[in-house]
Design a protein around this ligand. Structure first.
Ligand SMILES: C[S@@+](CC[C@H](N)C(=O)[O-])C[C@H]1O[C@@H](n2cnc3c(N)ncnc32)[C@H](O)[C@@H]1O
Length: 236
């Protein structure tokens, strides 16, 4: 199976996700010990999308989180560049546009949307895989209405060193082996571990979000910092 490397060449990333699409959601649940469901609920609360609003769920994959944003009547565009992930998502929903969610193929680095289209933009476990983080953050801002908001849910780093050491050991030693049992292949999950380790910490990510033009940037840790929720606003 193709796995991506830390240079995150878009073709490799898309091919890797195509190849794990069928077992992606099951693997997430098991590898995170079902914590992913809590993280997704926290993301939905942070996005707080209301009736009449349009939300972009970028790097939406199979749309695992997308439908949850429609709870109060918002409509969601679930955008991703892996045809395999989009296919699994559309099959699960029973169509490419169902229950308030529309799947759209698109690249985070050149989003196929007009300026100021969305009330809220959100990315769960996606930005870490994007070839050019800063360009993706600028694109997200471009398509957000003035007054709109950004919520990023991403694996991060545990500030408390002893706990971080245990977590890092799990990432590098155990996670790929568990993944092999679920998906019959561990290489995509070796990439997952390596990409988490190489990802900027909470403060550094907040600085990058700010540099991309977002205001009032803040974050909070979930599960001791295994995941962090970053938020920002487009104020001009
Ligand atoms: C780990 S999955 C996350 C899927 C989903 N958001 C979730 O919470 O489960 C990462 C997704 O990012 C997508 N991705 C990576 N780079 C992308 C890009 N440049 N444009 C669009 N999607 C991208 C991949 O195709 C993959 O579906």
């Amino acid at each position: 199976m193709t796995r991506a490397e830390l240079d995150k060449r878009p073709a490799d990333v898309a091919t890797m996700f195509d190849s794990i699409a069928d077992r992606y959601d099951l693997a997430n649940d098991v590898l995170s010990l079902w914590q992913d469901r809590l993280w997704r609920r926290a993301t939905v609360r942070a996005v707080e999308a209301y009736s009449g609003e349009l939300v972009l769920d970028l790097a939406a994959g199979t749309g695992t989180s997308s439908e949850s944003f429609t709870g109060k009547g918002a409509r969601v565009i679930a955008c991703d560049f892996s045809q395999g992930m989009l296919r699994v998502g559309a099959e699960r929903l029973g169509g490419a546009s169902r229950r308030g969610v529309t799947f759209v193929a698109g690249d985070a680095l050149a989003l196929p949307f007009n300026d100021e289209t969305f009330d809220a933009v959100t990315v769960s476990f996606g930005l870490r895989n994007v070839y050019d983080l800063d360009q993706a953050l600028r694109e997200l801002r471009r398509v957000t209405k003035v007054g709109g908001r950004l919520v990023i849910c991403e694996f991060n780093h545990i500030p408390f060193r002893p706990l971080d050491k245990i977590y890092t050991t799990y990432l590098m030693a155990a996670l790929p082996h568990v993944a092999r049992v679920i998906t019959s292949d561990s290489s995509a999950y070796e990439y997952l571990s390596e990409s988490i380790m190489a990802w900027p910490d909470q403060q550094a990510l907040a600085a990058r979000i700010q540099e991309a033009g977002w205001d009032r940037v803040a974050w909070r840790n979930l599960t001791f910092g295994v995941v962090a929720l970053h938020r920002g606003f487009r104020t001009k």
